[in-house]
Write a protein that binds this ligand. Structure first.
Ligand SMILES: *Cc1c(COP(=O)(O)O)cnc(C)c1O
Length: 238
């Protein structure tokens, strides 16, 4: 019992501390914390930490793998937190294979990683089949890293146009993950966040999902509306 309540206190302290940091960063950019959506990235976290996070009242969670997310939040699969599922917003933040499009539409409220026409096509079919229409963000590979998902910045405008005119898909946000190690090599992630903001503005897109545990305050100062925070909220992953 005692260990349980200590853990809960710890997670709730991390949650409060993160919200305070978001609030402070928002103020520096002329906004308030209420303008920023905190996505708690629950991938690879043990159940007891997730239960403690739910107890704080946190309602937005992010996952990067369909199957792992089903095991945690899925109703049919009897996910460990199936009961909590109806009260939370679940966001897909990892690369999505076309053969998982139906499962993703069934499970997620938001898919942040639309990045190619083949996936757009699969999602249209999956929405038809499931009767569910998750909100969509487009992932942009701002660092143009070959191993990373996301559409190249120079191809984005055309892609958005194709989504709107040929698929009747209307993404409400852009998402990016700046190259890892930019801090180590002495570069800040700022230019990547600035690029994403510029791309969103010229495509008339309102939301920016950018910033993780190591850089969410910087991202907010560059205009992030959604931050995806894992280890700073839950502690290190397994
Ligand atoms: C894991 C993950 C995060 C969270 O990473 P932390 O550094 O633990 O905050 C954010 N975004 C994506 C896409 C992720 O895969």
């Amino acid at each position: 019992m005692e260990t349980q309540s200590k853990k809960r206190t710890h997670i709730s302290q991390l949650h409060t501390a993160t919200l305070d940091r978001i609030e402070a960063a928002a103020k520096r950019s002329g906004r308030t914390g209420a303008d920023i959506c905190l996505t708690a990235v629950s991938k690879q976290q043990p159940d007891h930490r997730i239960a403690d996070m739910l107890a704080t009242g946190q309602t937005v969670f992010g996952e990067n793998k369909v199957q792992e997310a089903q095991g945690r939040w899925g109703a049919k699969e009897q996910g460990s937190f199936a009961d909590a599922r109806t009260n939370i917003q679940l966001r897909m933040i990892g690369p999505l294979q076309t053969n998982k499009a139906v499962a993703a539409c069934e499970l997620f409220d938001v898919i942040e990683t639309l990045d190619r026409e083949k996936l757009a096509k699969a999602l249209v079919k999956a929405m038809d089949k499931t009767g569910r229409q998750p909100e969509l963000f487009v992932q942009v590979n701002t660092g143009e890293e070959p191993q990373k998902a996301g559409i190249a910045p120079h191809a984005l405008d055309e892609f958005i146009k194709t989504l709107r005119t040929e698929y009747d898909l209307h993404p409400t946000g852009l998402m990016c993950i700046p190259p890892a190690g930019t801090l180590i090599s002495g570069q800040a992630p700022g230019p990547h966040f600035a690029l994403l903001a510029k791309l969103a503005e010229r495509n008339d897109i309102q939301n920016l999902s950018m910033g993780m545990s190591g850089d969410f305050e910087t991202a907010i100062e560059f205009g992030a509306t959604h931050v995806r925070v894992g280890s700073a909220l839950f502690g290190a992953r397994d």
